[in-house]
Design a protein around this ligand. Structure first.
Ligand SMILES: [Zn+2]
Ligand SMILES: [Zn+2]
Length: 283
């Protein structure tokens, strides 16, 4: 575990909800739907730099392209009651946001380029390495794509993960965003190519107390019991005789990531909180 001397202020923001039959999430699941939140996080660094980890759902679901809207039947999205920036602490304005890290490229964590208010020219948009290749041309050039093409082709940059940065747990390739260990981004394979997680220091170590952290884990898992090992992931066939599929493009890699997250949580001895994007255990 890193021992940063600076810490961030993290504010959890509601990016709306999804209603998903639990049979798509855990093996013991059924047709019964559960409401899954869609969390985003505001990240404030003591230097004054402010950014976001994911955005949650767009306020105007009608702005998503048709291939995304086709998914609404399964995922039943509801946008947040208050837009993301209306949930910011009063001293933070939308124009203060200087970076957004998308844990991955799925629509439920992005605003559509037409509606996003986070469009100022110096804003940095980051994704994990391999995301752009996975996104491809995107919509509308590819009429079936659920990814906004222009956003990923022209505006988003891939974070360069390195072997020689500050590390946490067994996460090997990382990027120390502020250069002080307060936010260490890592590749977290499994859910989709380029998937990221990050360890955010929420209180620094002092002579009297050890540092505390939140492990921002996006869609590394859609239920924390997959990480603790209390549940197995759901798998199903889209069509008879077809291949087994799951919420994880590479389920084997996702299992390895769950193991690494579990170790960080256990090694933190209660000092590491888990911040999954769809964690239904949080109010
Ligand atoms: Zn996802
Ligand atoms: Zn998601």
């Amino acid at each position: 575990m890193t021992t940063p001397r600076t810490h961030l202020t993290l504010t959890r923001l509601s990016g709306g909800t999804l209603r998903i039959p639990t049979k798509y999430i855990v093996k013991s699941g059924t047709d019964e739907e559960r409401e899954y939140p869609d969390w985003a996080y505001l990240v404030e660094h003591p230097s004054g730099m402010v950014g976001l980890w994911d955005l949650g759902l767009d306020q105007d679901l009608g702005m998503y392209p048709p291939p995304v809207q086709e998914k609404f039947e399964t995922f039943r999205p509801t946008p947040p009651e208050k837009a993301l920036h209306e949930q910011f602490p009063t001293h933070v304005k939308p124009e203060h946001i200087s970076f957004i890290i998308f844990s991955h490229a799925h629509w439920d964590h992005l605003h559509t380029p037409n509606t996003s208010i986070f469009t100022h020219p110096n804003l940095k948009l980051w994704v994990g390495p391999g995301t752009k290749k996975a996104v491809g041309k995107g919509w509308p050039e590819d009429g079936k794509s659920t990814f906004p093409g222009k956003l990923f082709q022209e505006k988003v940059e891939e974070i360069e993960l390195r072997d020689d940065e500050v590390k946490f747990g067994r996460f090997g390739r990382t990027y120390d965003l502020f250069g002080d260990g307060s936010l260490v981004v890592a590749g977290a394979p499994g859910h989709m190519p380029g998937n990221l997680c990050a360890l955010a220091c929420t209180s620094a170590s002092s002579p009297d107390s050890s540092a505390t952290f939140t492990l921002l884990a996006g869609d590394c898992a859609h239920d924390k019991r997959l990480i603790t090992g209390e549940e197995e992931p759901a798998e199903w066939r889209e069509e008879e005789g077809g291949e087994m599929t799951s919420m994880y493009k590479d389920l084997g890699a996702a299992r390895v990531t769950w193991g690494m997250i579990r170790e960080v949580l256990e090694g933190g001895d209660g000092r590491v909180e888990l911040g999954l994007a769809h964690d239904w255990g949080k109010e």
